[in-house]
Each structure stands twice: as C-alpha cells, then as structure tokens.
Design a protein around this ligand. Structure first.
Ligand SMILES: [Zn+2]
Ligand SMILES: [Zn+2]
Length: 226
C-alpha cells in the first residue's frame, strides 16, 4: 500500500533503493510499524525488498511496456485500487503513514533512562521491548483480562487508568513480558507470558539491569490495595 503510493508519486516508475532514499525511509517506517516481525527478521521489509516491491508494482501498470512480474494477489489488488481511485488511495496512504509515525513517537514503552542497557544497544533487550509494544498482542491481552477479570489494572499496584481518567484511560495499560527474551529465545508470545502494568511500575522494572521480575516489584511495593 505505502510502496504503491511511492510508485504513484514517482509517476508509476520503480524506485532504485541505491539512488532514492525514499525507499530506505519507507523501509524504516514499515519496520517500525511491525517491531515484532522486524526484530525477528532483519530482512523484513528491508530496502531491497521494498525496492523490489516498487518494481513489481510498476510492472502491473497497464502502460508498463513489458510483462508484469509476479507481485502476488494483494499487490495486484492494491494497484487496481490506486488506478481506480487514486485520490482516495493517496489520502489513505497518507493516513497510514501518519499513524505509523505517531506510533513511533508515542510507543507504549517505557522511555528508558540513558543509563540503561537499552542505550548500550543490547539486541535482545531491544527486541524484548519492541515486542512488548506490539499493538495486536497488547490488544488481545487486554481483551482477555477484561473478559476474565472484568477490570484492567496494574498487576503490581492495581492502578486503574479508567478509574482515574475515565473514558480516556479505558484500555490504556502497558504489556510486559514476564520472561526476558534472553531466557526464552525468540518464540511466539503467549498471552500468559504477559503482565499488564501501569506506566510507572513498568518503567521501574526496566529502569536498570538486572530487570526486576513482576514478583520482585510486588514485593518491593508491598501488597496492593484492592
Ligand atoms: Zn503499577
Ligand atoms: Zn516490560
């Protein structure tokens, strides 16, 4: 979708990743929009892949002089949509890009202090934190807790965003992986591996190494008032 938008902006010509930094920028945005996939797969939506995709898209235009490359069904559908209603699709692409940049500026992730290992760039810790930010996993976890417990609040201090902030705070909470990735290795996230924590408690866990376990933080703050 965003790649097709680039091709449209480039008069339906493919973009060369080596000479056009729009490819690199789009690659970066797409990877930040799927931090979990990007963390597990360094080639996911990399500039080569995005460049190739713009080539596939360009060959699907009816005026392309050669034969279309195999871009897949979804690519063909997106191209057809852009040809059918370019204005609306360009507008939609702009909205997706804006949402992507916004997510990147306001991650559901503790903004770690400079003295943490995050700044030192430990890959597994970055992966861990990126995975905690996965909006889909978070959404499923919150839905499960709301269904089973009826209320969404911090597992450590019982802070309930909705109770204080009303509708604006509803379903706002952070997801924390109980086991650091260094222990578990890359694998699918099970909902039971996740703890729901308020922003303060989550940040305290990750403030510096060694990270606390949820149980250790519970012990530190004492029993939560219900
Ligand atoms: Zn808390
Ligand atoms: Zn965490």
């Amino acid at each position: 979708m965003l790649a097709c938008d680039l091709v449209v902006a480039n008069s339906w010509h493919a973009l060369d990743r080596r000479t056009d930094d729009r490819v690199t920028r789009l690659s970066g945005l797409l990877r930040r929009m799927s931090p979990q996939r990007a963390a597990q797969d360094p080639t996911f939506r990399n500039p080569q892949g995005v460049g190739r995709k713009t080539h596939d898209i360009a060959t699907l235009h009816p005026e392309y002089p050669g034969r279309p490359t195999k871009g897949g069904r979804l690519t063909a559908d997106v191209v057809a949509a852009f040809l059918g209603d370019p204005d609306q699709m360009v507008e939609l692409a702009r909205a997706i890009r804006a949402a992507g940049s916004l997510a990147q500026d306001n991650p559901m992730l503790p903004d770690l202090d400079d003295d943490t290992t995050y700044a030192e760039g430990r890959p597994f810790e970055r992966r861990h934190l990126a995975r905690e930010r996965d909006p889909e996993v978070r959404r499923r976890k919150i839905a499960q807790v709301r269904h089973e417990v009826g209320v969404v609040r911090c597992e450590v201090c019982s802070f309930d965003f909705e109770a204080l902030y009303g509708e604006r705070g509803r379903d706002f909470i952070e997801c924390h992986h109980r086991e650091p990735l260094s222990v578990t290795g890359p694998r699918q996230t099970a909902l039971r591996d996740l703890a729901l924590l308020c922003s303060n408690c989550h940040r305290m866990i990750h403030r510096y190494r060694p990270w606390l376990t949820v149980a250790q933080l519970v012990e530190l703050v004492g029993p939560a008032s219900p």
